[in-house]
Design a protein around this ligand. Structure first.
Ligand SMILES: [Mg+2]
Length: 214
């Protein structure tokens, strides 16, 4: 028996144990890493708005297409234990699975494909190149903003009930548009997010247990 008709998953620190933009920053050395990580953490804790830091992070990093390919490999190497089995079990029970991420879409698509989630169910940020080919800004998207995931999940009009799962403040922002929000703490536990969540999941096995028992 399934408890939900749709499950919406975050990517960074949920489906994979990295923060993609921070991972790119680390390739630029410790100074860039520290600056970008601090901006990301403050946005995920809800202290800064994501839109205030998104392009600043991309400009600071100046990623190339080669960096994006390396990040795609890093996502594949950091996939959450049991995530692929969990998504397969959800699919087998007729649950629609979407990934809604504030991360970079070209780097996330190989992970999504490995997990059996088709490209059209991956909603994430598309980075755009400057004149030098550096990916210094994002194509305008609600997903570069604090409440963007809420906007996207509403626009998708997914079958209900909907379960949303993620570790960050931008995930918790979806709560008004879904039937349950679960804080995923398999990689990071953020107190403000846990406090606002209907339930707390520490693994993808517990996610399946919850989602497929009525
Ligand atoms: Mg996350």
């Amino acid at each position: 028996m399934r408890r939900y008709a749709a499950v919406v998953l975050d990517a960074d620190s949920t489906l994979a144990g990295i923060e993609g933009v921070d991972w790119l920053a680390a390739r630029r050395g410790p100074e860039v890493q520290r600056a970008v990580e601090s901006l990301t953490a403050r946005a995920m804790d809800g202290e800064l708005k994501l839109e205030a830091v998104y392009d600043e992070r991309l400009r600071t990093i100046g990623a190339t297409n080669e960096d994006i390919e390396a990040l795609a490999d890093a996502y594949l190497g950091a996939v959450a234990p049991g995530a692929a089995d969990a998504i397969a079990a959800l699919h087998a029970s007729g649950v629609v699975v979407h990934i809604i991420s504030g991360g970079l879409r070209p780097a996330l698509l190989p992970l999504a494909r490995a997990l059996g989630v088709p490209d059209e169910r991956v909603h994430a940020v598309v980075p755009e190149p400057d004149a030098q080919g550096k990916l210094t800004h994002a194509k305008p998207s609600p997903l570069t903003t604090q409440a963007g995931k809420l906007e996207i999940v509403r626009a998708l009009a997914l079958p209900r009930p909907i379960l949303a799962v993620g570790d960050g403040a931008t995930d918790l922002a979806m709560a008004p548009a879904v039937d349950a929000f679960a804080a995923y703490i398999g990689f990071v536990r953020r107190d403000a997010v846990v406090a606002g969540a209907a339930l707390v999941l520490d693994s993808f096995a517990t996610l399946v247990e919850h989602a497929l028992s009525a």
